[in-house]
Design a protein around this ligand. Structure first.
Ligand code: SF4
Length: 324
């Protein structure tokens, strides 16, 4: 890896919501003070339950949503709504649902070539055709597929088409927003392996978003765990699985199924009690305190800082900081 490609500082995203006549304005805090970096050529896995703000974070990085506060720095320069068009070519996204993210009226060739048209690149028809053919080959498809429509393909093939489309304008950075969640487990591994191969061939950098720690394990160099808009733990992938610090990460890990029945029987499963609180009125102090088995008074009074507990391993928890 060769230095930081993406640096995010104190990013926040609040969505205003409609309230009744005469009531004060309210907003939902979807992302709260998230800072992280992603090195060139690295995959940063971002994990958390549905609705924890990870997809909103990915969209804020790409400025598909305007951040409410904070900075996004890409390759040394700050990205904002005024200059985002100059970065569109360098940053792309693969969406979760390959069924709704492809226009059913367009052929595969037109879908994959669409970013070239959107970027108004001065290419002849032949040049555009050659680029589309190359991208389809990269994802294991061929020219026979070009004149067919999305509904003629399986979920895995459609996600390959989405990935080919994201690659067409040769981006350096891709937000993979739950790219395998809608696919069968057997197909998930194929798509993840393909993303790893493409990364090695093309030197890509990924922000890989998933709601399941089992999915990000294979692809990530480092992992960040999100809870209710906050990044609660970040560290190298191997370390997260062998030595998790944050109670929420420990609970998520205890829920991963283990194929060996002997190990599985001896493994203690920690049940996550209660529901995720509403982001409209998140708990004071630590946002996880209403579900945390270790919560103490300080957890409701003070927001835990995101501290570097061991080199490269960050955690936001009073228990870890104070050692109770
Ligand atoms: Fe649990 Fe307190 Fe740590 Fe939050 S700060 S995770 S409530 S121990």
């Amino acid at each position: 890896m060769m230095g930081k490609l993406l640096l995010v500082e104190h990013l926040e995203k609040n969505f205003p919501i409609k309230t009744g006549w005469g009531q004060s304005k309210k907003s939902v805090s979807a992302v709260n003070d998230v800072s992280l970096y992603i090195e060139k050529g690295e995959t940063f896995g971002m994990v958390g339950e549905s609705g924890c703000g990870k997809s909103t974070f990915g969209r804020c990085v790409l400025h598909l949503y305007e951040p409410s506060a904070g900075k996004v720095i890409f390759d040394g320069a700050e990205v904002n709504m005024r200059n985002i068009d100059t970065y569109r070519k360098r940053m792309q996204i693969v969406f979760q649902d390959p069924y709704s993210s492809l226009d059913p009226r367009m052929t595969v060739g037109d879908i994959v070539g669409e970013p070239l048209v959107a970027q108004k690149l001065p290419l002849s028809r032949k040049e555009r055709y050659d680029i589309v053919v190359d991208q389809l080959r990269f994802v294991g498809m061929n020219t026979e597929h070009m004149n067919r429509y999305p509904h003629e393909f399986s979920g895995g093939q459609r996600q390959r088409i989405s990935i080919a489309r994201a690659l067409t304008i040769k981006p350096e950075f891709i937000v993979c927003d739950e790219p395998v969640s809608a696919l069968d487990v057997s197909i998930q591994a194929q798509v993840i392996n393909m993303l790893i191969e493409l990364q090695q061939k093309l030197g890509l950098t990924y922000l890989f978003i998933a709601h399941d720690l089992a999915v990000v394990r294979h692809i990530s160099n480092r992992i960040g765990v999100m809870y209710l808009g906050n990044l609660v733990e970040t560290c190298p992938a191997k370390e997260l699985y062998s030595n998790p610090f944050h109670p929420y990460t420990q609970i998520l890990l205890s829920a991963i199924p283990i194929p060996d029945p002997k190990i599985s029987r001896s493994k203690k499963r920690i049940i996550l009690e209660g529901d995720v609180p509403s982001p409209l009125s998140p708990p004071s102090g630590c946002r996880f305190r209403t579900r945390c088995p270790y919560a103490r008074e300080i957890c409701s009074e003070q927001t835990p800082g995101n501290r570097e507990v061991t080199p490269g391993h960050f955690c936001a928890c009073h228990k870890v900081e104070c050692g109770w």
